[in-house]
Design a protein around this ligand. Structure first.
Ligand code: THU
Length: 140
């Protein structure tokens, strides 16, 4: 369930940024544009769209471009995230992208999903991540 702090974010404004990113999607193959937007822990708003490839498996999900943008514009951790399809409807990030988002999430990061506002831990429970590797190496 959503954290008590979900109302701290302007989800309508964030979704508008995702919609505008979605318009830039390069999707000649699937014709399924995706736009994402996120708030970074320093207040920055970043976004991304999917970029496909004739070699289909090389397609970059919208979340990939968002994560690249995160680092290209100063790094930090994601605190809130939304994802929309070509109709502007909420879209659940694919499994790979949940893992991508987890890596760069602030503790308690919130996502607008098809079933309401959820935390990153709810959408990728018991995730493998940076702390898994650190715990392994600390135990050596
Ligand atoms: N897609 C994303 O960009 N993000 C997701 O989380 C789900 C899928 C894209 C990849 C591909 O360009 C299109 O949606 C259809 O699979």
């Amino acid at each position: 369930m959503a954290s008590a702090s979900d109302s701290a974010y302007d989800w309508d404004a964030l979704r508008a940024v995702a919609l505008s990113a979605m318009e830039k999607a390069y999707v000649p193959y699937s014709k399924f544009p995706v736009g994402v937007a996120a708030i970074v822990d320093d207040g920055r708003i970043i976004s991304g769209c999917n970029v496909e490839n004739a070699s289909y498996g090389l397609t970059l999900c919208a979340e990939c471009t968002l994560v690249s943008t995160l680092h290209m514009t100063g790094g930090g951790k994601l605190v809130a995230f939304t994802c929309v399809d070509g109709n502007g409807g909420a879209l659940m990030p694919c499994g790979r992208c949940r893992q991508l988002l987890y890596e760069h999430s602030a503790e308690g990061m919130l996502l607008e999903t098809v079933s309401g506002i959820k935390t990153i831990d709810e959408v990728i429970p018991d995730a493998f991540g940076p702390r898994t590797l650190a715990a392994y190496h600390n135990a050596e």
